[in-house]
Design a protein around this ligand. Structure first.
Ligand code: IFM
Length: 450
């Protein structure tokens, strides 16, 4: 990476952070995740989301802090289960709450990027199978109509659905998330229904939202490289994983057709239904052919042996973000980095990872790729799903005993970048180099072996 040059970002670049309702708000017992957390052995160490960051109450303080940290945009999500706690019954107080949140963001000139669905489902919807059947689509349409009507004058940037493939794989293949039901068929069905629902929501937002909307999905794109680039089998398996996890969704929402390995079909309204491509980028895997791993398409996934690993045991691979921007630019749409970050309990790796990933984004921009913004995951330490609270992602630390916020070094660094719209060589000088001692880490690859 270029260490001696100043890297200036385009005017009006969106500098933000990302969060999701269930991970930060706290004390909402109306969704399927809350119910799942109460079951034994679901979350690391028997933890539950509980108070989380109590952001449902503390949002004004948190938004003020975003402003003080010079962020000019923020990605947040609506909690469907609060707004529609039982089927067809809407809670006006919850509707007003999110209006207040959005108005507070505007007060500080922070452009909201609003996600409609981020993993959690109202319990009544879960009881109907959630995304397993097409019955979900009219419910999601009705909910989208409501949010377009209620918030369409305050929001320009929309994400309809967060990480459809992660939702489906974690829930139905790796079975670490609700409903933890082993069924590749339901994994395909859920992802397909999410695509159908996205397409419907795209058109609803475009017809009903007051401000001209800019709509996309946030797609978790992981890099899958063959462990041995000379092995036909490794290349084949890596490309099958890449196609099924990454490419299928993008093709569906650009071409209007889903091409699953087990069947394909038209998705009404899906053609050209992304005004931007939202990339959630975290890591890459090396993939080796393995006959004993049918679940992962006969691939064994692992990090590169030379790589620096993060707390998840995943490779920190900044170059991957450049590769993805370049690859996604072929679809001819602007790009938003809707999430990027690392779990780091000591904030030792994060400042350097932040600079490296932003340099990768800058490299893409300097080659003419239209990247409009970057949202660091996450603003604040929060409830990391099945990992509970052991893998903090925040630029801001939370003391979960008293909800005190403390800005980490990485948060201060990001603030300087947001404020100056650039990375300077001095910023680079201030960060710790890679440690000679590898960081202790968990091994999230074991999900695939459960
Ligand atoms: O915390 C999650 C988020 O909800 C979705 N994308 C990945 C993040 C980190 O694992």
């Amino acid at each position: 990476m270029s260490e001696n040059k100043e890297l200036l970002f385009p005017d009006n670049f969106l500098w933000g952070t990302a969060t999701a309702s269930h991970q930060v708000e706290g004390n909402n017992n109306l969704n399927d995740w809350w119910a799942f957390e109460q079951e034994p052995n679901r979350i690391h160490d028997g933890q539950v989301s509980g108070d989380a960051c109590r952001q449902y109450e503390l949002y004004k303080e948190d938004i003020l802090l975003m402003h003080e940290l010079h962020q000019n945009s923020h990605r947040l999500s609506l909690e469907w289960s609060r707004i529609e706690p039982s089927e067809g019954k809407f809670d006006q107080k919850a509707i007003d709450h999110y209006r207040n949140v959005l108005e507070t963001l505007h007060k500080y000139k922070i452009e909201p990027l609003l996600t409609i669905h981020h993993f959690t489902n109202p319990q009544w919807l879960r009881a109907k199978g959630a995304w397993e059947t097409e019955a979900v689509i009219p419910y999601f349409e009705r909910f989208t109509e409501l949010v377009a009507r209620e918030y369409g004058d305050l929001v320009r940037y929309w994400v309809t659905i967060n990480e459809p493939m992660v939702y489906s794989v974690m829930g139905y293949v790796l079975c670490a998330w609700p409903p933890a039901k082993k069924s590749p068929k339901l994994a395909f069905a859920s992802a397909t229904n999410m695509m159908r629902a996205h397409a419907a929501a795209y058109h609803i937002l475009h017809t009903k939202a007051k401000l001209k909307p800019i709509v996309g999905i946030a797609h978790n794109i992981r890099i899958f490289d063959p462990a041995n680039p000379k092995s036909w089998f490794d290349k084949k398996v890596a490309s099958m994983q890449d196609y099924s996890f990454n490419e299928v969704i993008i093709r569906a929402l650009t071409e209007g057709k889903l091409y699953w390995p087990l069947g394909s079909g038209e998705i009404p309204g899906a053609k050209d239904s992304m005004d931007f491509i939202g990339i959630n980028y975290y890591s890459r895997d090396l993939v080796a052919f393995n006959l004993l791993a049918p679940k992962l398409m006969f691939g064994r996934n692992f990090p590169s042996p030379e790589a620096e690993l993060n707390l998840f045991g995943w490779e920190i691979y900044a170059e991957g973000l450049y590769r993805l921007c370049k690859r996604m630019s072929q679809y001819g749409r602007p790009i938003l980095i809707t999430e990027n970050g690392i779990p780091d309990d000591t904030d030792e790796q994060r400042p350097r990872a932040l600079l490296d990933h932003l340099e990768a984004v800058h490299k893409a921009i300097s080659e003419g790729i239209d990247v409009k913004g970057y949202y660091h995951w996450s603003f604040i330490d929060n409830f990391e799903w099945a990992e509970g609270y052991r893998t903090p992602f925040g630029l801001v630390e939370v003391d979960f005993q008293n909800q005190k916020r403390t800005v980490k070094d990485s948060g201060k660094l990001y603030a300087e970048i947001c404020k100056s719209n650039r990375i300077t060589p001095d910023m680079r000088k201030g960060v710790k180099p890679r440690s000679a001692t590898p960081k202790k880490h968990f091994n999230l690859y074991t999900y695939g072996e459960k």
